[in-house]
Ligand binder design. Structure first.
Ligand SMILES: [Fe+2]
Length: 303
């Protein structure tokens, strides 16, 4: 039996969807504070801390840890935190530091080449690695804040399963369009001096064959993006844009403080612009680790 047969995410499974939907919405948090767990040292969680974070991730696909490490700049923090949740296989990108944990901070040289994560500008809604081929699908990531900006740099976060649920409730045809294998194409990257990346065509929503879980591939950017040029896709994308722009109680706003981090199954996220105050020694630094693994114990089969 193929993994998708009983999946609540397959459109033909109305009954499985109804059961999953009810369970999903039951006691679903409505504030970012409900995602937050105080921990001593994320590199070595206590059993209770780990259990609490995992429990929250199983519900919302994300959790925030608040540690006592403050501004300690140690790349082992996201790495060791991730390891405790089965996050091992790191994705490296063109500009990641050698150990595949990226330091996100304002770097004029990189931002000048159009890499917004290295600038202080706002970041539109997306999931990470939407331009990756399926074999390098980013299933989870960790953000660890060493130092917040002087102002701004807040994230909004939305569980992709909630996005799927809201769209399917509104009109199942939106899901059909967004599950089409040719829904979204990222054209080849011909960035000067960068590694050449071939075009990537794929769905927005898919059932990950490795985990039977829902995977989402999305970016709100409009340049260098090709949506399937038909009315069904256009309507679905507009519905998703409305959802992301609206005031859903399930969109969590959070500004990471020093020593805090986000652990998630590649949830939808954006970031407001921010300002550093270099004279006062304040410049935002976030470590980011992306993984091919999903957080252990959060798969559809673990529900
Ligand atoms: Fe991102």
């Amino acid at each position: 039996m193929p993994a998708t047969t009983a999946s609540p995410f397959a459109l033909e499974n109305a009954e499985a969807y109804a059961i999953w939907r009810k369970a999903k919405l039951k006691d679903y948090p409505v504030t970012a504070a409900a995602l937050r767990v105080e921990v001593n040292d994320p590199r070595a969680l206590s059993v209770t801390e780990l259990h609490r974070l995992l429990q929250i991730c199983r519900k919302t696909n994300m959790a925030i840890y608040a540690s006592r490490l403050g501004e300690l700049a140690d790349k082992q923090i996201p790495r060791r935190l991730g390891e405790q949740f089965g996050l091992i296989r790191l994705d490296s990108n063109l500009l990641a530091d050698e150990d595949a944990v990226t330091s996100l901070q304002v770097m004029p040289e990189k931002s000048g080449r159009g890499y917004i994560p290295y600038s202080n500008r706002r970041l539109l809604w997306h999931t990470d690695g939407y331009y990756n081929p399926p074999e390098r699908r980013v299933r989870a990531f960790v953000l660890h804040c060493v130092m917040p900006a002087a102002s701004g740099g807040e994230n909004a976060l939305l569980d992709p399963e909630i996005a799927y649920l809201r769209l399917r409730d509104e009109n199942p045809e939106f899901i059909r369009a967004l599950m089409a294998p040719d829904a979204l194409t990222i054209p080849a990257n011909t960035e000067e001096g960068g590694e050449h990346r071939p075009a990537q065509t794929g769905p927005v929503f898919s059932v990950d064959p490795a985990t039977s879980s829902l995977h989402m591939r999305y970016t709100a950017r409009t340049r260098s993006i090709e949506w399937k040029p038909d009315a069904a896709t256009r309507s679905a994308v507009q519905a998703l844009e409305r959802l992301l722009a609206g005031d859903s109680p399930h969109v969590f706003g959070y500004r990471l403080a020093a020593g805090e981090g986000l652990l998630c199954n590649n949830v939808l996220h954006n970031r407001t612009e921010f300002a550093d105050d270099v004279d006062k020694g304040v410049s935002r630094l976030i470590y980011r680790a992306r993984y091919y693994d999903r957080i252990r114990g959060t798969g559809a089969q673990d529900a």
